[in-house]
Design a protein. Structure first.
Length: 381
């Protein structure tokens, strides 16, 4: 079967022939992959900034944002049947008996760093025709969500962030009324973050580079967030306009910009970092102001990486909520669908748009051609 394979030692990426996997234990499930989303992590892997093959191999299959269809379930799997849709967990726990986080099932908080991640670190990914995965690592998704379920995995980032925010906010023993959130960046992580925050009751602003009108601003405003361009409105002006910022959800990956905005976090505010910066030069920074605010305003700064079971459960639930509440805006996040052979432009970040998706197999493509065209037009900058 075909797969998009990365060869780190040779610094090569290409279509490879790999062996079709088969069910080997009773709790395994064989999946036909339908769609695999592409993100900045894939781009960094294909620039060979990171990415590790399974032990003893010189290559690994790319792709971690998956949507698959059950082909066959092992005899120990009672609740999945052929045709069911599932999204796979990306990270699997480390083997260390002393890693309390992994042993408790919270592998997204792994303390040894020896976790494995599909399509990223030590495990093959999902940009291939068939995958075998243990039932434990699969999250069933309703059939009606076929068009958007590939967004479940990127949505888990915001879901994990919201879980963390709610836990931190246990310290607020009063009703403060509607809270105010600013999302930095309007890529898929930022826009899905805006949806989660609006849905959770936050008055939400998306602060991102491009002036309106643009497709990302349309999605943000389509879900009831307000869009502010950083090219037109300075950080000071934005902060003035918004008021006491209770939550900043960073999804831009630009450290200088991110820390400039941190200066404007409000009283009792929480700042969530989700971006992973690369190759940024050191910058001068007003540490006094930040430290002063952190203490005198009871602020919390927290980073979140991928996601555990609860965040996946919440993402599966909320993608269904968003599909009913904002069908157009949710669908408009997916701006391009490419066959596996055309992986190059989306994976290398040359395809533009918001979220690009690799479609695996011809059957799926034929069903969805009209929607693809509409989405492509909407995403044209
Ligand atoms: Zn991703
Ligand atoms: Zn661990």
């Amino acid at each position: 079967m075909k797969a998009v394979a990365v060869y780190p030692a040779r610094q090569a990426v290409g279509i490879a022939d790999v062996a079709e996997p088969h069910i080997a234990t009773p709790t395994e499930v064989k999946l036909r992959m339908l769609e695999v989303g592409v993100c900045g992590t894939d781009k960094d892997i294909c620039a060979f900034a990171y990415g590790t093959p399974p032990p003893g191999q010189d290559r690994f299959v790319l792709g971690h944002e998956s949507l698959g269809e059950v082909v066959e379930a092992g005899p120990g799997v009672a609740d999945l049947r052929a045709g069911d849709l599932v999204v796979s967990t990306v990270r699997l726990p480390c083997p260390d008996a002393n890693c309390a986080a992994c042993r408790a099932g919270h592998y997204d908080f792994c303390m040894t760093g020896n976790y494995r991640e599909h399509g990223i670190k030590g495990l093959d990914g999902f940009m291939t025709e068939f995958v075998v995965e243990d039932r434990h690592n699969l999250h069933p998704v309703a059939r009606e969500l076929r068009e958007v379920a590939v967004l479940v995995e990127p949505l888990t980032i915001a879901e994990k962030a919201l879980i963390e925010v709610r836990e931190i906010q246990q310290r607020l023993h009063w009703d403060g009324g509607q809270q105010l959130a600013v999302v930095l960046g309007s890529g898929p992580v930022g826009l899905l973050g805006a949806m989660v925050l609006v849905n959770a009751g936050f008055e939400t602003y998306v602060y991102s580079r491009s002036p309106k009108p643009n497709a990302k601003a349309d999605v943000a405003e389509g879900v009831g967030a307000r869009y502010i361009s950083s090219e037109e409105t300075s950080i000071d002006q934005m902060a003035e306009q918004v008021g006491n910022i209770d939550l900043i959800y960073e999804a831009a990956g630009a450290p200088q910009f991110a820390f400039e905005v941190l200066k404007h976090l409000g009283s009792n505010g929480i700042y969530v970092f989700t971006g992973v910066p690369r190759d940024q030069a050191p910058v001068e920074f007003d540490t006094e102001r930040i430290m002063y605010n952190l203490v005198l305003k009871n602020q919390v700064v927290v980073g979140v990486v991928n996601a555990g079971r609860q965040a996946f459960d919440n993402a599966v639930r909320d993608i269904g909520v968003f599909a009913v509440r904002w069908p157009q805006a949710l669908g408009a996040i997916i701006t391009g669908r490419y066959p596996m052979e055309a992986f190059h432009d989306p994976v290398m970040g040359k395809a533009g748009g918001i979220k690009n998706v690799i479609e695996i197999g011809v059957r799926g493509r034929a069903q969805r051609a009209p929607r693809d065209e509409a989405a492509a037009v909407a995403g044209r900058p």
